[in-house]
Design a protein around this ligand. Sequence first.
Ligand code: 3PG
Ligand code: MG
Length: 390
Amino acid sequence: MNPLQGLPLLEDLPELNAKRVLVRVDFNVPLHIGIDGRATVADDFRILAALPTLRWLQDQGADVVASSHLGRPPNAPDPRWEMDPVRDRLQTLCPGIELSENLRFNPGEKKNDPTFVASLIEGFDAYVNEAFGVSHRSHASIVGPPHFLPSAAGLRLAKEVEVLGGLLEAPARPFVAVVGGAKVADKLDVLKVLATKVDTLAVGGGMAFTFLAARGQRVGSSLLDEEHLDDCRALLDSGTEILLPTDVRALEPGGSFGPPGAGVGPRGGVKVVEGDLTDGWTGLDIGPETSAAFADAVHRAGTVLWNGPLGAFEDKRFAGGTRVVAEAVADSLAFTVVGGGDSASALDLLGLSDKVDFLSTGGGASLTFIERGGNLPALEALRQAPNAPR
Ligand code: 3PG
Ligand code: MG
């Protein structure tokens, strides 16, 4: 099935000249606080991604109001999460677009309160969702407006659905997924789906230790989620090729890790260990042999999906695995897709962001999209809009 099936697109909107259009964007961007205490946008990737849609609407003669959340304020106004720095950046990039105040200042946003939905759409003639990053949330501004207004997926949202949906439908083979991150519980659902889609699943990051333990290996003081050992065992028995670390970079007992300057910071001896880890040693990165094996799988792939860092890369001593994999993804001739969040930051840090074919604007959203076989609350809502193609 075409992943865009049934989704109303911009051209499915009625005439927009002199009409008011509400655009839900995901301008939840990292901020930088200067020495004068002033906040500025530290990374405008998500703003840039929405510009083609905003400009297209302006070109149709529409009066455009964008609306976003920023951070996780306590469901009430909070000066730390006001939209001003984002508004400044948007004004520079695309003058003439109004940006309303943080949607999460109102408790009705997360509760999907009908009264809040009514207040959001008041005075608008059409709605556009250009907020892929938050499309996995059933929040008022995401699922509400399509019930009442002619609606459309923005250009970038549609592209996300097309690319990520394409991975689920007909990927060029071999299809290799590299998945990292700390917590196995967060990734189990997506791993279960990926195991049915990919040829090879390479697992690194903190979550790999529960897999290693499930295979009977000793993991020392590394992250271990005892509750999910059985799930990991089931995945290992699923028949899909699963690459696990054969060596890890480990921190000695009593050592500490983290970015320099934060808390106790990086301290203690580090060594590469093959196989069992003895008590007190903590595995914090994949080792050189594993990095080479993962990179090799990436080089041989037709399609690569990468999500999550392979080690505690904020500490330079444990950044090697993530760097080697990022470089392999950047070099690979495969069609390469990187999930947002930490893997996007890692690519950015290494200056490799423009070397991948598709960098998703959503971290949690891209994983949920895959978990649900291509569906998300936002897409369901758009497909029910009055103007959706039937
Ligand atoms: C994100 O940055 O992942 C999205 O904007 C969603 O934010 P949330 O996780 O706070 O809902
Ligand atoms: Mg998130």
